[in-house]
Design a protein around this ligand. Structure first.
Ligand code: NAD
Length: 276
């Protein structure tokens, strides 16, 4: 029997990319879905696909940065389905800008969605996951939660923080004897709308970031990413890496230790086109 049959799963950022693929793959595997996003059209697209599969689902507009809304949402989902087994804290945004030129409001926006969104989702759903007797928290970090690169300080901060938060939670659940597993997900390049939606620091004006962040050569599809994540959830893995790119880079960072920070700038100078 599939590990997802009869489970109730909540997925944030379910209107696009990895979140949408997760919702569809979970529905195909027999789960009931609570899908949320800030994108109405994206949610409608996901809804149509869940309807075609015939899975029970509930849809909500939810901004993960809104703490009170997230708390109320978790209660609503639990009341609707009678339980919640899994929360996939997947919603995220990207941003480009060196520390020197990034404004506080720009850094805060990334932290509010990419870090606080994960904290809100985890804390709001945790009591229900514990009560379910078979809970799972799945928090999406990034390759940039394992190593830092220039221009990504805000995103790096959020994704490193997701990693620390989730790895501490994993151990807390084990120590407390709670029936809740925790999986932290580290995707490399995934062919979603994510990089196309990347915003840049206001000071850079109207820049084209696509040529610098074109990952088509070595990226993974959202569908494949979703299958890898659910494989890790099924096996109760604490850490899931997605794509050959992140596996190679993770190894390189482990081998070089903190020295990777000295090696990156000359490499980027040699191979990266200037942002203009
Ligand atoms: N695509 C990649 O290359 C890549 C790499 C590493 C990590 N990730 C991470 O994977 C996760 C999913 O990204 P994706 O590639 O599917 O991107 P995506 O842009 O296709 O999907 C992200 C979804 O999150 C939603 N969202 C954005 N802000 C939100 C908010 N405040 N509240 C609720 N929903 C919000 C968007 O509307 C969108 O539907 C993100 O956390 C991202 O950081 C992606």
């Amino acid at each position: 029997m599939d590990g997802f049959v009869g489970k109730v799963a909540a997925v944030t950022g379910a209107g696009s990319g990895i979140g949408q693929a997760l919702a569809i793959e979970l529905a195909r595997s027999g789960a009931s879905l609570a899908i949320s996003d800030i994108d109405t059209d994206g949610l409608a697209d996901t809804e149509a696909q869940l309807t075609a599969i015939g899975a029970p689902f509930k849809t909500n507009l939810l901004d993960v940065a809104d703490r009170e809304a997230f708390a109320a949402y978790a209660e609503e989902v639990n009341d609707h389905f009678g339980k919640v087994n899994q929360i996939y804290n997947n919603a995220g945004i990207s941003f480009y800008g060196d520390v020197e030129i990034s404004q506080y409001k720009e850094i805060e926006r990334v932290m509010n969605v990419d870090y606080w969104g994960v904290v809100h989702g985890t804390k709001a759903f945790l009591p229900h996951l514990i009560a379910s007797g078979d809970g799972h928290v799945v928090n999406v970090s990034s390759a940039f939660g394992l190593f830092a690169v220039p221009g990504q300080a805000a995103y790096n901060s959020a994704k490193f923080a997701v990693r620390g938060f989730s790895e501490a939670l994993f151990q807390e659940m084990a120590l407390a004897g709670h029936p809740v597993r925790v999986t932290t997900v580290f995707p490399g390049g995934v062919t979603s709308a994510f990089l196309g939606n990347m915003t840049a620091a206001e000071e850079l004006g109207d820049v084209d970031l696509t040529k610098n962040f074109d990952v088509r050569l070595w990226s993974t599809t959202p569908q494949k990413a979703a299958r890898v994540i659910l494989g890790g959830v099924r096996k109760k893995r604490p850490r899931v890496l997605i794509g050959p790119d992140i596996k190679i880079l993770d190894l390189a960072v482990r081998l070089t230790g903190p020295r990777y920070q000295q090696l990156v700038p000359p490499l980027l100078r040699r191979f990266m086109k200037p942002i203009s």
